[in-house]
Write a protein that binds this ligand. Structure first.
Ligand code: THU
Length: 158
């Protein structure tokens, strides 16, 4: 029997159509892009998390000359939250990027390893969280759950 997987998300032509809270989160992600250490890719990524206590956590990609030793912005932010705010849950995660690696109309979409960590965060906190992905020309898409970005995930299949 053939099955079908469907993922729903909301698309906005420009992120200024989002709520002021979401716009704050996106602005924070752009702000933290400035601290990216990306001498190899020259691609600056910022991730911001709104926690359930409304605190905003952010992280940027940190590269290393031994390439696989570097870490993406999403995991820097999520692991920081796990280490420093263990009693809070993620409510919304946002990722943005600046650089020539992607055409400006292309939405920054997390890598597979980050999706795995994003999903385990959701499973662990027993609360779905929203994910906002943004392109450099302002288009954004919003998912309701980390599961939407990693269907049939290792260890978490329904
Ligand atoms: N990167 C992120 O930080 N997040 C993503 O979602 C995709 C890629 C980083 C890793 C590396 O430092 C640079 O962007 C180029 O791949």
């Amino acid at each position: 029997m053939r099955h079908e997987l469907k993922v729903k998300y909301q698309r906005y032509d420009n992120w200024d159509e989002l709520s002021p809270e979401d716009q704050d989160l996106i602005n924070m992600a752009y702000e933290v892009c400035k601290s990216a250490y990306a001498p190899y890719s020259k691609f600056h990524v910022g991730a911001s998390l709104r926690m359930t206590n409304n605190e905003i956590i952010s992280g940027s990609n940190q590269e290393n000359i031994a390439y696989p030793s570097g870490l993406c912005a999403e995991r820097v932010a999520l692991f920081y939250a796990g280490a420093n705010l263990p009693n809070e849950k993620v409510q919304t995660l946002c990722v943005v990027a600046k650089g020539d690696l992607l055409p400006i109309e292309k939405i920054l979409s997390p890598c597979g390893a980050c999706r795995q960590v994003m999903l385990e965060t959701e499973v662990r906190q027993e609360l779905k969280y929203r994910i906002i992905l943004v392109s450099q020309n302002g288009v954004c898409i919003v998912f309701d759950s980390a599961q939407d970005l990693l269907p049939l995930a290792f260890g978490v299949t329904d």
